[in-house]
Design a protein around this ligand. Structure first.
Ligand code: SAH
Length: 347
């Protein structure tokens, strides 16, 4: 049994069954034994790979988008560039490298990273050597300058609650202990706003902190302007139970060795869009976004004049990022801008 499983069992024994959100929070973020607290999960030797780790093309096109967003708000002298959950720092390094080509942007940008994992923070320090970067504790800090927010595969790591329709009522799906095993159970809870149009047995997920974050971003965009660019897997609506655990690039049971696999839920972009109040959200697939931002031409340029193996690797990365059967359709891109702003590039 993992040390974290003992802690989870003890908490259930003491306080009763825990929500799926609490289970996710402990598995991913426990200060001593949480998945992200204890390791760098990324890359071929890790548990999963992300778009910026697949190719520099991803971060470069995101960097161009952010620089354009800065130009679109009138090239302010100061802008806060904030990345949430920056992993190994690869995305921000690619963003900042390409941003050098946009006169004035790097001088204006104050870079903030929000990262809970000490291991990954160290990797970020290495990747961003030579740049002035600040690690912030949270997103609450206020500043008058506009903000540019960026996040890739961050929201899927935030805790969700699950609810299930059973006959005429909705119950909360919880993690309980039975016969010495962690199992799902159902319990009564105070909830509103669930539709009986969903079939009996349906499971619905509700983000907590993710929605709060969206409201906070929108409030800040309304006050001082800017934009947010969000990538993750998910859909414009919920897909039932999407809780999943991944270890060594394979799916495992969500109760198998808690704290040693990546535990995530698909992002419900429709719920996020509802949370942003007066701001506007644009949603497209990652494949369409990257195509509209010019990934074909970028891949050609990177492959030109290179040996066959390098050229092949560039084309293979292009395919992984954009193909329907790979990350192109399952992954979405969402932009959030102020009400009345023009539709941003890529959407
Ligand atoms: N964006 C990176 C990493 C994605 S993995 C990439 O695309 O490669 C998720 C990232 O979010 C990790 O860096 C993880 O440590 C961080 N993270 C997860 N939960 C967090 C939280 N509550 N607060 C801050 N960072 C968090």
């Amino acid at each position: 049994m993992t040390p974290l499983e003992e802690i989870i069992r003890a908490e259930i024994a003491e306080r009763g069954a825990m929500g799926v959100d609490r289970y996710m929070e402990l598995c991913l973020g426990h200060p001593e034994h949480g998945y992200y607290t204890t390791r760098d999960p990324l890359g071929a030797s890790g548990d999963f790979t992300t778009a910026p780790e697949i190719s520099q093309m991803f971060g470069e096109l995101v960097g161009l988008w952010l620089a354009q967003a800065w130009l679109d708000i009138g090239s302010p002298e100061r802008v806060n560039l904030v990345e949430l959950g920056p992993g190994r720092g690869t995305l921000m390094a690619d963003i900042l490298r390409v941003a050098r080509g946009v006169p004035g942007f790097l001088d204006a940008a104050q870079v903030f990273l929000i990262e809970s994992s000490p291991v990954l923070r160290e990797a970020q320090e290495k990747a961003l050597t030579g740049y002035e970067v600040t690690w912030a504790e949270g997103v609450e800090e206020t500043d008058d300058a506009p903000y540019l927010w960026v996040m890739n595969e961050f929201l899927d790591a935030l805790p969700v609650k699950q609810f299930q329709r059973v006959g005429d009522v909705w119950l909360e799906r919880v993690v309980k202990l039975k016969d010495g095993k962690l199992l799902f159970g159902l319990q009564k809870t105070q909830i509103t706003g669930f539709s009986m149009a969903q079939p009996d047995g349906a499971i619905v997920e509700r983000a907590g902190f993710g929605l709060k974050l969206m409201r906070m971003i929108c409030k800040q965009l309304e006050t001082s302007g800017g934009a947010a660019l969000i990538f993750d897997y998910g859909d414009a609506q919920g897909r039932g139970d999407t809780l999943q655990a991944v270890r060594g690039h394979d799916y495992v049971d969500v109760f198998d060795r808690p704290g040693e696999s990546d535990l995530t839920a698909h992002v419900n972009f429709g719920d996020l869009a509802l949370a942003i109040g007066t701001c506007q959200a644009n949603l497209t697939t990652q494949g369409q976004f990257l195509a509209a931002m010019g990934i074909d031409a970028r891949a050609e340029a990177l492959a030109r004049g290179k040996d066959a193996e390098t050229a092949k690797a560039v084309h293979s990365a292009h395919r992984r990022l954009t193909d329907e059967a790979e990350m192109g359709t399952l992954f979405k891109a969402m932009a959030i801008t102020r009400a009345g702003a023009e539709t941003p590039p890529g959407f």
